[in-house]
Design a protein around this ligand. Sequence first.
Ligand code: AMP
Length: 219
Amino acid sequence: MKIILLGAPGTGKGTQAKYISVKYHIPHISTGDMLRKEIDKKTNLGKIIKSSISKGKLISDDILFLLIKSRIKKKDCKNGFLLDGFPRTLCQAIYLKNKNIKINIVLNFIVPKNILIQRIVGRMIHISSGRIYHTQFNPPKKKGIDDVTGEPLIRRKDDNVISLKYRLLEYRKKTVPLIKFYIKEKKLKNLNYYEIDGCKNSKEINNLLDKLFFENKKN
Ligand code: AMP
C-alpha cells in the first residue's frame, strides 16, 4: 500500500503515521525528519535547509525530489510506504505521477486553525524516535523527558507562533491546490481520498483508519 498523508502542521499526521507504520509494517517517510537530519550533518546543503525551515518556508522541489527518489528506491519500500509531508506542492504530486508511482490512498487531516496553534506551541519531540508529546494534551510522565528512553525532549525551532503563521500561509498557498489534484484523481478512480477529522482523539482516528484500510484491502 502506498499512502500519502496531507494536512497542515499540527493536524496529527505524524502521530497517525507512527501508528500506521507499526501496525501495517510500511516505512514512514517524513520529509521533515529527513531534512532535519540533513541539518544535523552541518553540510552546506544543511545550512540552506536550516535557514528556510526556521522561517517556515518550503524547501525547493529539486532538493525534495533527490531525497525522495533515493529513499523510495530502498528495499524496505518494495511493498509500499507512507509519505508524511510529501508531496506538499502540486509539482511534487505531478513528480510522483510522472514517475508512475501509484498511490493507493490519500488521507487529508483537517483541524481548525485556532486548535493548530495550541497544538504546535505545546509540542515536544523525541528526536531519534520521532515520538510526539504535548505539554498539555499528551505530557510525558516526567517533564521534558521521553517516556521510553529517558532522553530529553526538544521543541522544534519552527514550532513558534511566527514561523507557524508563515507555515500555514505556505500550506494554504501551495498545498491546497494539491488537494484539488487528489480529489480529481479520486474521481478518475486512480486512488482513494479521505478527509479525516483531526480533532477526534488519537484512538478514534486509529480505529477509523483501520476501517478504511480494511475496506481498501477488500476492494
Ligand atoms: P514537517 O516536519 O513536515 O512539518 O516539515 C518541516 C519543514 O520542512 C517544513 O515547514 C518545510 O520547510 C520543510 N519541508 C518538509 N517537507 C517538505 C516538502 N515536501 N517540500 C518542501 N519543504 C518541505
